[in-house]
Design a binder for this molecule. Structure first.
Ligand SMILES: O=c1[nH]cnc2c1ncn2[C@@H]1O[C@H](COP(=O)(O)OP(=O)(O)O)[C@@H](O)[C@H]1O
Ligand SMILES: [Mg+2]
Length: 184
């Protein structure tokens, strides 16, 4: 049986707004504003552990999400540590990191994880959008949106509907949606 509603655990208002906009009325969505502890490791390990912790805290079914920004010139870093890099050096500083490299290509990776509750192995849904790191352009409303360029525009320069049609988060949610609709 697939879940009939989702409890999205996140402390990030911007993420929640995008998830609400993208899922629309596909499934009833609740949310709890909790900032979850994150371990070090691969994207898979970080996301799975984050979801297990949330299931234990809530003591029930949960949906969690973790976002990575991976610079190809830096072999995928900052990756899952992007939150701490962004906090310390901001979008401008992230852009400057790539001064030393010719390759400015990057991947935005969104990983949702769903667990039925404590002791249940999380199921992973991942989406990736390929882009390029540029000097900041557009409103500074959401994280590294001003420096991630896709098809000539930064995420920050796109209106919300436009971002939500091509984003890493949209692609991951499409996989979640397909799974939710599949009865078995
Ligand atoms: O779509 C996005 N555009 C720009 N910044 C984002 C996007 N998604 C996540 N971020 C930022 O990248 C970092 C991702 O880290 P993480 O997914 O662990 O955040 P969280 O703890 O706020 O849920 C955070 O600083 C978040 O604000
Ligand atoms: Mg993270």
């Amino acid at each position: 049986m697939r879940p009939q509603s989702l409890n999205f655990i996140t402390g990030n208002k911007n993420k929640l707004a995008e998830v609400e906009a993208i899922l629309g009325n596909a499934i009833p969505l609740q949310s709890r504003a909790l900032d979850l502890v994150e371990i070090q490791g691969t994207v898979q390990e970080v996301s799975t552990d984050k979801c297990r912790r949330a299931a234990e805290l809530i003591n029930g079914p949960v949906l969690t999400e973790d976002t990575c920004l991976c610079f190809n010139a830096m072999k995928g870093l900052p990756g899952p540590y992007i939150k701490w890099f962004l906090k310390a050096i901001g979008p401008e500083g992230l852009h400057n990191l790539l001064d030393a490299y010719v390759d400015k290509s990057a991947q935005a990776v969104c990983t949702f994880a769903f667990s039925e509750g404590p002791g249940h192995e999380p199921i992973i849904f991942q989406g990736t959008t390929e882009g390029r790191i540029v000097a900041p352009r557009g409103p500074t409303t959401f994280g590294w949106d001003p420096i991630f360029e896709y098809d000539g525009k930064t995420y920050a320069e796109m209106d919300k509907e436009e971002k939500n049609r091509i984003s890493h988060r949209y692609k991951a949610l499409e996989k979640l949606r397909a799974w939710l609709q599949h009865e078995d």
